[in-house]
Write a protein that binds this ligand. Structure first.
Ligand SMILES: NC(=O)c1ccc[n+]([C@@H]2O[C@H](COP(=O)([O-])OP(=O)(O)OC[C@H]3O[C@@H](n4cnc5c(N)ncnc54)[C@H](O)[C@@H]3O)[C@@H](O)[C@H]2O)c1
Length: 460
């Protein structure tokens, strides 16, 4: 089948590449000239495991092309996907100017029947507005004879495992106005459902809301666990034990129950806010989600307070090693990463930060800029040298089983602030570390430790 993918970011590039890998002819269109020429030269603008090979293979085999010419992409395709960004406006609402701009451009160039599929995450009613814009542009061109259908097909891929998620989806949700469009899309996605039919066809508004509801539910689970983690510390319970206790209940399930320093990324924060906003527009108060959002913000401050309390408010001149900068492992995406709040706040308190991330050092440098007291290293152990403590912000697998003896030898004091509960506090205790995690009993002990003179290495 012939497909035009407009917007070659995380979603558009992965979708376009995976559709080409399954034998389709794909034109990927982007307005970013540099991105397009890099892609034409085989340079992938994002870090996503497995993506580079698929892109290179399909470009070489002539099924995947990159262009800035939207007209060329549209002319060659039956399906036209809109996968541009929907960033947040100041009030939390989704900024739809890129989606509507693309709809306008498609309406200005299409000459024959197309299925226009919105893939960007958009509030209920957006796909109908896309339809109105297309009809308006065709009318302007005196081409109301050009037929088209619209659909909404949300993307559920997770950055870091995007290829796997796309190739083996839990489900494919499609919102259409008629069964003909649903059948076309079912045919397009059939190769991804060979083992089991996971195609869910529904109305366009339901599909639009399904995407927001899914992200809001996952964010709610995270904030629930984070809030509970704070309570755990007060009463001597361990959030990790509670996680296994409740996650084993088949009604609850184990996913997205990890306490930490809050969710980030390009989707959860913006989608929760956009859902709150669009509900408000129709007179509904999504009070649970407002709390989810607040708990997420508070969680980072609470983690910072733990560090601050540990050093009795004296962070001035203390040097910390930071492991992990991206918002989650296996990506260099820094959008709304907890590190973007935690690092500037520590610097503001006078601390010195030496940071390492396996892939996001460059991205972080671009966003955080040149700041006094902040530097980066390409080796996880180099950042530890002479630091008062290690602060773990992203749970890259590399950090799960590090060389603890080496860490101890390099740090000034064997102290770890484990923002992702990667280390068992009891085992860390046996190895001579003070490990301050999230919602874990050991924190009660660490609070009692006088760490105001940590440089002799004897915290306990
Ligand atoms: N990133 C994710 O993990 C993810 C997952 C599911 C859904 N989504 C949703 O998918 C959408 C896209 O997200 P993303 O992360 O891929 O965004 P992105 O910012 O990585 O990519 C968007 C791309 O669209 C291009 N673009 C903007 N205007 C254009 C135009 N007029 N013509 C052609 N290209 C244009 C930009 O240059 C950019 O390359 C958003 O609505 C997002 O919420 C994202």
């Amino acid at each position: 089948m012939r497909i035009c993918m407009i917007g070659t970011g995380y979603v558009g590039l992965v979708t376009g590449a995976c559709l080409a890998e399954n034998g389709n002819d794909v034109w990927c269109v982007d307005i970013d000239k540099e991105k397009v020429s890099n892609l034409q030269a085989g340079k992938i603008p994002i870090y996503e495991p497995g993506l580079e090979e698929i892109v290179k293979r399909n470009v070489a085999q002539g099924r995947l092309r990159f262009t800035t010419d939207l007209k060329e992409g549209v002319a060659n395709s039956l399906f036209v996907f809109i996968a541009v960004g929907t960033p947040p406006n100041g009030d939390g609402s989704a900024d739809l100017k890129f989606v509507f701009g693309v709809a306008e451009q498609i309406g200005q160039v299409m000459e024959n029947y197309k299925i226009i599929v919105t893939k960007s995450t958009v509030p209920v009613g957006t796909t109908y507005r896309v339809k109105e814009i297309l009809a308006r542009e065709l009318k302007k061109r005196k081409r109301p004879d050009v037929e088209f259908d619209v659909a909404f097909c949300p993307e559920f891929l997770k950055e870091g495992s995007a290829i796997e998620d796309f190739m083996k989806p839990d489900r494919i949700v499609v919102g259409t106005e008629n069964s003909r469009t649903a059948e076309f899309l079912k045919e397009l996605f059939a190769p991804f459902m060979m083992r089991e039919n996971r195609f869910l066809s529904m109305s366009i508004p339901s599909a639009e809301l399904t995407k927001y509801a899914a992200n809001a539910m996952l964010a709610t689970r995270i904030s629930f666990m984070n809030e509970l983690a704070r309570f755990c510390e007060r009463v001597g319970a361990d959030i990790e034990e509670i996680r296994s206790g409740i996650g084993s209940d088949s009604r609850i399930g184990p996913a997205f129950l990890y306490a930490g320093i809050g969710y980030g990324g390009s989707c959860f924060p913006k989608d929760v806010r956009a859902l709150i906003h669009s509900a408000e527009q129709s007179g509904n108060d999504l009070s649970i989600l407002k709390t989810v959002e607040k708990v997420n913000q508070d969680q980072r401050n609470w983690f910072l307070e733990k560090i601050n309390d540990f050093y009795e408010g004296k962070l001035e001149g203390r040097r910390f090693a930071v492991w992990g900068l991206s918002f989650k492992p296996h990506t260099d995406d820094m959008r709304e990463a907890p590190s973007l709040q935690i690092i500037p706040s520590l610097l503001k308190s006078g601390a010195v930060i030496v940071a390492f991330d396996p892939v996001a050092n460059n991205q972080a440098q671009k966003i955080l800029g040149e700041r006094q007291g902040l530097s980066y290293k390409d080796d996880p152990y180099e950042v530890l040298e002479g630091a008062e403590a290690l602060i773990l912000l992203t749970e890259w697998p590399l950090f799960r089983r590090p060389d603890f003896e080496k860490i101890k030898a390099l740090l000034k004091a064997p102290v770890i602030f484990d923002g992702r509960n990667q280390y068992n506090p009891k085992r860390m205790d046996q190895m001579g570390f003070t490990c301050v995690g999230i919602g874990r009993e050991i924190n009660q002990t660490s609070k009692k430790i006088n760490a105001s003179k940590p440089s002799n290495g004897k915290i306990c």
